[in-house]
Ligand binder design. Structure first.
Ligand code: FAD
Ligand code: UQ1
Length: 411
């Protein structure tokens, strides 16, 4: 069995970033990343892939090219955790021991919790920007749309990038306008949430956008079944569970229910009652096991789950894990920074940035609740480089210092 000073579980945004930082600090052979996937995807690009602004192929790179050279890549799936004995088991039967463990498993997409899915993705009009398997269906659905309802969903679970379920809708609205079929389309946003967006400043702006574009928003509506033969989507009213509403669809964009991966959810020692990794929301250290830390979507840090949040967390985790390795207590505190570039069309974006209490935390000294072309280009043309080069190599730790600099003398 193998043994490392640091084992990182998951080689996505958070795992790759932390492995880069610590393998360069500790040197060769000290850090292992356990990750089964061949490809690493820059998931934020899928919103643009769905709208035909980027290719799916542009959003992925081989995992072998992305993970740090100085870390050992164990290309396996973790199948169980044994935190009391400082080891994890992989699906080829190996045990991997660690002094310190970083858990960065992300979220699992549970399409199968909706009756009729995932099978209905092979039928016309059903699409989802959340998976590389189904994101190409989105542009196809837009192209083939002639008339009827275009329905967009938001599930009754936490999701990554809580704005993405409606970004696709604003892009679709503009697509229909550009192609002369907007008057034939009835655009409907059915969300499980009681609000359009969790942060009031941006929710107010989004209500203006939907009003102006004639988009119908229904709150507390949860998709439970897709019937592709009759092109019907069944929604449950979460406030009156006996009330079901059937929507005929021409296009249906599904944001699936999500949870942490089963392997994590099933380890009662590591997770809270909701199945998320139980960490201190400021230090990112596990609440019971001081040699375990978490980053990203799989943790129970009460902030919106994004790559931008990982940028905000990775500097805190770098410091606190280094302190732990030196026998000291964690001292760096995460402020909950997260960001959601709310793309509202083919050239516009509301750049939402906020903390874990729902307070705006904007980088630029301008009102970011306004739709802006500059922010669209930041999202479309700059962010991919910041991700691949800055974040994944361990250099970009979020815009905190930029924000402080930009607001000098203003606040
Ligand atoms: P991930 O990057 O998902 O990585 C998890 C890794 O764990 C994966 O590589 C997986 O293979 C691996 N894994 C899973 N199970 C196991 C196992 N048993 N053993 C070992 N490894 C395992 N964020 C933004 O900041 N801005 C945006 O505009 C934005 N838009 C988005 C749009 C869409 C459509 C989507 C889907 C996401 C978007 N995000 C955005 C969110 C962002 O992509 C995620 O928050 C981020 O990738 C989370 O990183 P992570 O490391 O927690 O998880
Ligand atoms: C960010 O740091 C980041 O991570 C690389 C993203 O993920 C793709 C983002 O979408 C955003 C918005 C940020 C925040 C950065 C700035 C300059 C606002």
């Amino acid at each position: 069995s193998k043994s490392y000073q640091l084992v990182v579980v998951g080689g996505g945004a958070g795992g790759c970033t932390m492995a880069a930082k610590f393998s360069s600090k500790l040197g060769k052979g000290k850090v292992a990343v356990i990750e089964p996937a061949d490809m690493h995807y820059y998931q934020p690009m899928w919103t643009l892939v769905g709208g035909g602004m980027k290719k799916l192929e542009d959003s992925g790179k081989p995992m072998s090219k992305v993970l740090p050279k100085k870390a050992d890549w164990i290309k396996q799936c973790v199948v169980s955790f044994d935190p009391k004995n400082n080891k994890v088991m992989t699906d080829d039967g190996q045990e991997v021991s660690y002094e310190y463990l970083v858990i960065a498993l992300g979220l699992q997409l549970n399409y199968n919790q909706i009756k009729g899915l995932p099978d209905a993705f092979s039928t016309p009009g059903v699409c989802s920007n959340y998976s590389p398997l189904y994101v190409k269906n989105t542009l196809k659905s837009l192209e083939n749309f002639s008339e009827g309802n275009a329905v967009f969903t938001f599930p009754a679970t936490p999701v990554k990038c809580a704005g993405a379920p409606q970004k696709v809708m604003y892009i679709s609205d503009e697509y229909f306008r550009k192609h002369g079929k907007r008057d034939k389309a009835n655009i409907i946003y059915n969300t499980s949430l009681p609000v359009i967006f969790g942060v009031k400043k941006y929710a107010d702006a989004l209500w203006e956008v939907v009003k102006e574009r004639n988009i119908k928003v229904n709150l507390r509506q949860n998709l439970i079944e897709v019937k592709p033969d009759s092109k019907e989507a069944v929604f449950q009213n979460l406030d009156k569970p006996e009330e079901l509403t059937i929507y005929q669809y021409e296009m249906l964009h599904v944001t699936p229910p999500m949870s942490t991966p089963d392997v994590l959810r099933n380890c009662g020692l590591l997770v809270d009652a909701t199945g998320f990794l139980n960490v201190n929301k400021e230090t990112l250290q596990h609440t019971c096991f001081p040699n375990i830390f978490g980053i990203g979507d799989c943790t129970n840090v009460p902030t919106s789950k994004t790559a931008a949040a990982i940028a905000g967390q990775c500097g805190v985790l770098r410091k606190n894990l280094s302190l732990a390795m030196a026998g000291k207590l964690p001292a760096s505190l995460y402020d909950g920074y997260t960001s959601c570039p709310l793309v509202t069309g083919y050239s516009k974006c509301i750049m939402a940035e906020f903390d874990m209490n729902g307070n705006p935390l904007e980088t630029f000294p301008i009102n970011q609740a306004k739709e802006r072309r500059l922010m669209f280009h930041l999202k479309k043309d700059m962010m991919p480089h910041m991700y691949w080069i800055g974040l994944l190599n361990g250099y970009w730790e979020g815009p905190k210092y930029l924000r402080k600099l930009m607001h000098l003398g203003l606040k």
